[in-house]
Design a protein around this ligand. Structure first.
Ligand code: HEC
Ligand code: HEC
Ligand code: HEC
Ligand code: HEC
Ligand code: HEC
Length: 390
């Protein structure tokens, strides 16, 4: 797909009534003599955009300055440059409490252009001091509360790349990719990556975009649905279970058929846990064997460390967009109970969480398949094939 390095404000067809011609300078420096800026909290926008506010509050974006793992890593790393993407308004209005809303409405909707090739959080500048709110609608009527900035950039992956595209240079001079989702999407040949990020991450429904406005056919969901919904859609696959020399051979085929980038993507700390467990009749786990896919960032002594302390990427075993991965386990079996094969998403490993002194968040289920064990023995050497289900 053709993606230009510098995406400027779109020149889309302006229907009636005409919207003002807007021209915003790239990375305009803040004028020190300017009046102190009062930021608008999301709650104020919610007076007219109530659904969006509710959805946004449930999203990771609303937690970007507050999530416990983030606070712990911010402290441990010294916090250099973190605010650029996690609380971009802080530098523009020092001391204003609204900045702690993190990636809030007035971050995304006051961005007019994104310089994609600056993969460090400096490729965009919010302009909350302007009365313009940029969004993809180009047929709106200017409103007393804010003017409208028709911006097709907001429908493009390049917009998300403002923050979802980050590389750092280690003290040794190596460039390490920290957040690869945009470049993975851009460089992937998979059919799934022909969709722009908002198509998958901000699905639309027919409703009004503001209280009292006319219905529109596609108003974007702002909860950036991931847990439960998208996770279950990312992968598809099946598992074959076959007796082998008194044990059970479990062979998996997993395809990344639903994501426009590798799974997992985002932070290097994210992992995919693929495992097999046996359970007794009461559902207690009797045995468990697990493989972990992901990136491993290490320090000079080859120990796994959080990304900011890493000097290199030791391995990357994630499943690329469109890729099918085979894996297998050979396990002992009890005579009864249940066998479960699962795929789970792990936000951060227990070892790293304990290094950071945070409680590791729970694994999120993606896919699984279960079978009662006696069934396998009755089958006398034949294999059983099961579909992995969300
Ligand atoms: C101004 C910076 C910024 C922009 C622009 C931005 N994001 Fe984010 N996004 C973040 C940050 C920071 C987080 C991490 C929040 C947290 O978990 O603490 C995040 C989290 C997410 C998550 C959740 C990841 C998870 O593990 O739960 C998704 C999905 C996401 N963003 C998608 C998008 C998409 C799609 C776009 C474009 C429409 C976009 N973002 C635009 C900064 C941004
Ligand atoms: C008093 C009501 C009101 C408030 C408060 C309000 N808006 Fe709006 N907004 C509207 C109306 C009306 C529209 C046009 C809806 C339509 O035509 O479907 C709109 C449209 C938008 C659009 C789409 C612009 C485009 O061209 O695509 C964005 C983005 C937006 N608002 C963001 C915000 C943000 C961010 C805030 C808080 C800083 C906010 N709004 C506060 C009434 C309001
Ligand atoms: C991470 C960036 C991000 C944040 C935060 C965000 N938006 Fe949006 N918003 C978008 C994008 C991108 C679109 C366009 C999506 C599309 O049409 O595919 C959009 C669309 C809109 C629209 C136009 C209607 C539509 O669906 O096209 C309005 C109005 C709006 N947002 C209001 C808000 C309000 C109010 C908040 C805060 C509660 C908010 N947004 C927070 C990125 C964001
Ligand atoms: C074809 C649909 C699709 C497209 C296009 C897509 N994504 Fe995703 N994304 C998914 C699915 C499904 C998941 C859940 C699986 C996962 O976590 O890897 C996901 C997960 C994520 C996550 C959380 C990753 C994690 O594991 O923590 C982020 C962040 C994200 N996407 C950002 C983006 C950005 C930025 C773009 C555009 C450059 C994009 N996505 C394009 C479907 C898509
Ligand atoms: C270039 C933009 C950018 C910069 C700079 C940045 N981040 Fe992030 N960060 C993101 C995005 C986008 C995500 C969402 C990806 C995901 O969830 O996997 C994220 C997610 C995170 C998360 C996961 C939060 C959670 O609740 O799971 C942590 C922790 C984090 N970042 C720490 C940091 C620290 C510490 C710094 C500063 C040293 C930093 N980030 C600098 C963009 C950035």
């Amino acid at each position: 797909m053709a993606v230009v390095a510098v995406v400027t404000l779109c020149v889309c067809q302006r229907k009636t009534p005409p919207v003002e011609q807007v021209s915003v300078a790239q990375s305009r420096p803040l004028d020190a003599a300017q009046e102190p800026l009062a930021l608008v909290p999301a709650a104020r926008c919610g007076e007219c955009h109530g659904n969006m506010e509710k959805e946004w509050r449930s999203s990771a974006h609303a937690q970007s300055d507050a999530s416990p793992i983030y606070r712990a890593m911010r402290t441990a790393s010294g916090g250099k440059h973190c605010d650029r993407c996690h609380a971009p308004l802080r530098a523009l209005a020092v001391g204003d409490p609204v900045a702690a809303e993190g990636v809030t409405c007035d971050v995304c909707h006051t961005i007019a252009s994104v310089q994609v090739d600056r993969a460090d959080g400096t490729g965009f500048l919010p302009h909350p001091e302007d009365n313009l709110r940029y969004g993809p609608l180009c047929d709106t009527t200017p409103h007393y509360f804010h003017r409208m900035g028709c911006s097709l950039l907001h429908r493009e992956s390049a917009f998300c790349a403002a923050c979802h595209n980050w590389s750092i240079r280690t003290p040794g001079g190596t460039v390490l990719s920290i957040l690869p989702e945009y470049t993975e999407w851009r460089d992937s040949e998979s059919a799934m990556s022909s969709f722009e990020c908002p198509v998958c991450h901000m699905p639309g429904v027919r409703t009004e975009a503001a209280v009292g406005s006319r219905e529109r056919s596609r108003v974007a969901n702002h909860s950036f649905v991931l847990r439960g919904t998208l996770l279950g859609r990312a992968l598809s696959g099946q598992v074959q279970i076959k007796p082998e020399g008194g044990k059970l051979r479990i062979s998996l085929m997993l395809t990344n058929s639903g994501a426009g980038h590798a799974v997992p993507t985002g932070l290097p700390e994210r992992k995919l846990q693929v495992g097999v467990e046996t359970l007794d009749a009461a559902g207690r786990v009797l045995s468990q064997e697990e493989h972990s896919y992901g990136r491993v960032m290490v320090d000079a002594a080859d120990r796994e460390v959080p990304f900011y302390a890493a000097v290199k990427e030791q391995k990357d075993t994630r499943i690329r967009a469109g890729e099918t991965r085979k894996d297998s386990f050979l396990i002992d079996v009890p005579k009864s109970g249940q066998l479960r094969v699962y795929v789970r998403w792990r936000p951060i490993s227990a070892a790293l969480a304990s290094q950071l002194q945070v409680v590791p968040p729970r694994d999120e289920p993606m896919l699984s398949a279960s079978v009662a064990l006696p069934l396998l023995f009755r089958r006398n050497g034949e294999s059983v094939t099961l579909k992995l289900q969300p």
